[in-house]
Design a protein around this ligand. Structure first.
Ligand SMILES: Nc1ncnc2c1ncn2[C@@H]1O[C@H](COP(=O)(O)OP(=O)(O)OP(=O)(O)O)[C@@H](O)[C@H]1O
Ligand SMILES: [Mg+2]
Length: 303
């Protein structure tokens, strides 16, 4: 697959409620997050090929394995080459208290991986992530267990955020209401639609006034009312000097909620700047990549 054909579920349409909306200015504080030349590598067993869909680089690493190692591993369930996917390749940036940072990029460019690394869920191959203050971050996908009910997951997620069981109980109704999942809260999370799951994760992760709130796609799945509630909650976090990261393929959502945007491509930072400067460039890039736009898909220029 060429880059030009890379799959993009990208929403260029502005939704009526987002038209002319911009994230309000918030007073910026001291730096609260420093990401320094970060590299993240996944090890994949049984993979083939040299390039991942999003352009992340895959290298086979078992060529030099000893004969004994190969004998042992051939007895394991997974038989095949061990490959590495270099998903984040030398990203650096600094974020201040009160910033609302959008992350854009085509599928497989490394957005979710970067968020997981900031949340401390992915070890760095090299480089570092420094977070000041309470490390009470929760990637929206962390901690929750699909086989358990929404109710149990609200408790687990709340405890992971540092709430006491009593505090979780007090906020329970709010979380369910916010997520709009009704009686599904008593069903296992694996029975939820992806939108229901995403909304519940967002409701849980934003219920505890976190220092850094991370949202990966969750908002794009909600209806207008859910978006409005989410926006209010994001602003509340920022007013309390918290920081917000939002990954979304909906550029209108990013434009409505973020002051700054990072554009990631093939695991590298292409642009980092004020929302509209970056989203305009990104939209231009996506248009040029679309099959209708024809022409060879050239990579984004360094900005
Ligand atoms: N658990 C994993 N094991 C191996 N490779 C992975 C894993 N998760 C992601 N990758 C690879 O890492 C690269 C970056 O993936 P990531 O999920 O961070 O992209 P993304 O920008 O969030 O994409 P999307 O827009 O589709 O959510 C991709 O090449 C992907 O195939
Ligand atoms: Mg992702």
């Amino acid at each position: 697959m060429t880059e030009a054909e890379a799959h993009m579920d990208f929403d260029l349409e502005l939704e009526p409620e987002d038209l002319d909306e911009e994230a309000p200015e918030a007073k910026l504080g001291d730096p609260c997050l420093v990401v320094d030349d970060l590299h993240i590598v996944y090890r994949v067993i049984g993979a083939r090929g040299k390039k991942a869909a999003g352009g992340a680089h895959i290298t086979e690493v078992n060529e030099k394995q000893s004969f004994v190692r190969r004998l042992i591993s051939s007895g394991r369930q997974h038989v095949g080459a061990v490959s590495e996917v270099h998903a984040v390749r030398g990203i650096s940036f600094t974020v201040r208290h009160g910033e609302s940072v959008g992350i854009v990029g085509v599928n497989g460019s490394g957005k979710s991986t970067l968020l997981r690394a900031i949340a401390g869920l992915m070890p760095a191959k090299s480089g570092s992530v420094h977070v000041s203050g309470e490390p009470s971050l929760l990637g929206v996908n962390a901690a929750l267990m699909p086989q358990l009910s929404g109710e149990r997951n609200i408790m687990i997620g709340g405890l992971a955020l540092g709430l006491t069981p009593k505090q979780v109980e007090e906020r329970f109704d709010d979380v369910v209401e916010f997520a709009g999942i009704g009686d599904f809260v008593y069903m296992p999370m694996r029975t939820y639609s992806s939108g229901m799951g995403a909304r519940l994760r967002f409701a849980i992760s934003s219920s505890a006034q976190p220092d850094i709130l991370m949202i990966d796609e969750a908002l794009a799945t909600g209806d207008a009312a859910f978006k409005a509630k989410s926006k209010a909650r994001i602003e509340q976090v920022r007013e309390n000097a918290g920081t917000v990261f939002l990954v979304s393929h909906s550029i209108s959502t990013i434009e409505a909620m973020c002051n700054r945007v990072l554009w990631i491509h093939q695991g590298q930072l292409v642009m980092d700047g004020p929302t509209h400067v970056v989203t305009e460039e990104y939209k231009e890039f996506v248009r040029a990549q679309r099959p209708a736009g024809k022409g060879p898909g050239k990579g984004p220029g360094k900005g």
